[in-house]
Every structure is written in structure tokens, then in C-alpha cells.
Design a protein around this ligand. Sequence first.
Ligand code: ATP
Length: 230
Amino acid sequence: MLRLEGLEIRQGTFRMGADMALEQGRKYAVIGPSGAGKSTLLGALCGFVPLAQGRLFWQGDEITDADPGARPMTMLFQDNNLFPHLSVTQNIGLGIRPDLRLSAQDKTRVAQALARVGLSDQAGKKPGALSGGQQSRAALARVLVQAQPWVLLDEPFAALGPALRNEMLDLVQDLVTETGAGLVMVTHAPEDVRRIADEVVFVGSGRAEAPKPAAELMDNPPPELRAYLG
Ligand SMILES: Nc1ncnc2c1ncn2[C@@H]1O[C@H](COP(=O)(O)OP(=O)(O)OP(=O)(O)O)[C@@H](O)[C@H]1O
């Protein structure tokens, strides 16, 4: 369990609070108006945004001040964070060892991850030579080799068309189910929530609300969420 205990997060004059527990293996969608603090919340979980107050626990161990690399999570951003001068294989290898000194076993893991996302035949290419969907697949393969208990996605597929976005969401869903990872995904699209999320964290009015079951909440949204959904 990932426990957010009395968090206060500040970015300049912006402030938000969060107090909740996220259960291992569940899929959470983070939704709310633009500027409400969704990305800030993910940044705070990953250690990119410092906490002004409160404590963060993973499986009972405090990780409030842990370096981003020492936390039990991988973050995937919209731009996929692929290095343009490295091949797809090397980009994925970075998820195992930043110096790319990979053992035979590591190389096998990279090849398996590439196969799992359907990119074996693109392994030697640079990211610039891949389509948008293939770049997303490469980024997901890197998430896969990192094998962290939590995967955090910040509007990862917003630049893709609807059919491709659904394909990627289904792939994410399959990958987290296969690996038992938990998922926290920021999205603006209610249909994404229905497609993938078990629970919803609504961010608004300076607070990230504790998670609520997705189907129930989307069928019967409270006033603030109803106003956001339009
Ligand atoms: N580096 C920063 N310095 C100062 N203020 C910041 C910084 N980053 C974000 N903010 C402010 O924090 C608030 C929350 O921003 P955040 O990006 O988390 O919102 P969001 O809900 O993810 O929005 P969107 O849906 O538009 O991506 C905003 O008011 C923003 O202006």
C-alpha cells in the first residue's frame, strides 16, 4: 500500500492537500480541471516535487525523502522521454542500467520486453524513425523492464488518435495486470476512466480526494466532478 499521510504540496503560490491510501495492484485515474494539481500530485509521489508537509509510506516504510530513483515507481510522461540519439534497444536498456553495461540476462529481458510490446522488428531504430504509437510502445517496454510496483502515467497518450490511444490503454492495462503493478494515470478523458480505472482520485479545490470506485462515481458524479465533466 502507498500511503499519503497529511500531504501538503506547494508549487509557487499553488497549494494542495492529499490524504489517502492507494492499494497495490489497483488502477487509479486522476482527473480534475486544468491547473488543479494532477501533475503536481504525481510529481510529489515520484519525488520530483518536494513535500511542504506530510509523509509518504510504501509498505509501511517511509519514503518521504527518498530520491526519485529509490522509489517503488516508474513515471511515464507524455513525451515518452526517449533519447533521440539512442536506439530503441538502448533506450529500453537504460531502464535496467543507466550506463548500459548490460549482462546477457539483461539483454534477454530487453528483448522480451520489446517482443511483449510488439517492437522486436524495430529494435535497432532510433525513436525518430518510429511512429507515435511505436514510440509509446517503446516507452512502455522501458517501464516493463524497470519492473516497479507502481506505474505513474501523466496523460501519456494524449497526442495519439482515439483508436491508437485505446490500443495503448489496453496494452497498459494488460501489462499492469500481468506484472501485478498498481497504476496511477492522469487523464482528461472520461472514456479513459471507464476503460481502465478501478478507482478515481478527483483533484479540485486545492485537494486530491480519496479514491472512489470509478463506475459508481462516473455514473453519479458529485457537483464539482459533474461541473468538470460538463
Ligand atoms: N514549477 C512550478 N512553479 C510554480 N507553479 C507551478 C509549477 N508547476 C505547476 N505550477 C502551478 O501548480 C498548479 C497545478 O499545476 P498542475 O500542472 O499540477 O495542474 P494539472 O491539474 O496537472 O493541470 P493540466 O490538466 O492543465 O495539466 C497550477 O496552478 C500551476 O500553475
